[in-house]
Design a protein around this ligand. Structure first.
Ligand code: CP
Length: 310
């Protein structure tokens, strides 16, 4: 396995990465994708490394994907869930992490509701910090696996039209995807109700549209985001039914297009709301390929960052 050098020591966000870092991760993930499709899916690369997965928010895909990636690299793995920990007794994030690190843990994979929690930790501790989602800020490994999945379907990112559709305002996936795709040379359009698109987001290099049908016609790729039901108390749109009627991606919308874009969704999906089952389960969709690729991409991230520690 080749080990090129990344310019980063932690994976805090895509914003801090170079396009060269992203391409090194993709090339390494190509090799790990071959590994995990072999009968023996394991390599000894991280045999002497201990990784703690700290999840202060719920997760299915990211948590399992990181754990599988770590185990397939032969790392020692410990899992921490805030709901069953001493965080419930009032222990601070820094105390929690310092105590875990004193048990000789080398790398921390963390999901936390506070934007910037990972940047804070990276300044305070020696361990390698990997962001598995920080509030509404960034979800860098999701963006890397999304772009890796796009790369399997198109020969270049240069000039590729990628639409990100839905609840942009609350989405860490949207921001990380925007940073990642722009660094790779794609055109990015954000589409959704005006109330769910942050003001001035164009300054980060994206187009904005409130018209889904036009956006789908423009797009080579449509990444459909979850409506974050837990954050909708503020009346960002009149009703779920209304959202589904105007912004939900349905097969009747796709039937009107000259060419149907590649359909993606980071999960978890609200079937029948932001995406219909007929679209999610269609041949246009690569949703389960994204999940499969997540393991190879996370193996690449862990392997390369462990190499930076040497
Ligand atoms: N895509 C994603 O982050 O899913 P989970 O919340 O299940 O990890």
């Amino acid at each position: 396995m080749t080990k090129a050098q990344l310019s980063i020591r932690h994976l805090l966000g895509i914003k801090e990465m170079s396009s060269s870092d992203i391409n090194i991760i993709f090339q390494t993930a190509d090799e790990f994708k071959d590994v995990i499709n072999r009968p023996i899916k394991k390599v000894p690369s991280l045999r002497d490394v201990t990784i703690a997965n700290l999840f202060f928010e719920n997760s299915t895909r990211t948590r399992i994907s990181f754990e599988l990636a770590e185990k397939r690299l032969s790392a020692d793995v410990v899992n921490f869930s805030a709901s069953s920990s001493s965080v419930k007794k009032g222990e601070t994030l820094l105390d929690t992490v310092m105590n875990i690190l004193s048990m000789k843990v080398d790398m921390i994979v963390m999901r936390h509701p506070s934007p910037g929690a990972h940047h804070f930790l990276a300044r305070k501790v020696d361990a390698t910090i990997i962001n598995a989602g920080d509030g509404t800020h960034e979800h860098p490994t999701q963006a890397l696996l999304d772009a890796f999945s796009i790369r399997e379907n198109f020969s270049t990112f240069k000039g590729l039209n990628v639409a990100i559709i839905g609840d942009i305002k609350h989405s860490r996936v949207a921001l990380s995807n925007l940073f990642c795709l722009k660094k790779l040379g794609a055109n990015v359009r954000l589409c959704g109700p005006s109330t769910l698109i942050p003001k001035h987001i164009e300054e980060l290099g994206a187009d904005v549209s409130f018209n889904v049908q036009e956006t789908l016609e423009w797009a080579d790729v449509a990444n459909v985001l979850r409506i974050q039901l837990e954050r909708q108390q503020s009346g960002y749109f009149p009703s779920l039914r209304e959202y589904q009627m105007h912004f939900g991606i349905s097969m009747s919308m796709l039937d009107k297009l000259r060419e149907v874009p590649l359909i993606m969704h980071p999960g978890p999906m609200n079937r029948g709301l932001e995406i219909s089952s007929s679209v999610a389960d269609s041949d246009y969709s690569i949703i389960l390929d994204q999940v499969e690729n997540g393991v190879a991409v996370r193996m690449a991230v862990l392997y390369l960052l462990a190499g930076q520690r040497a």
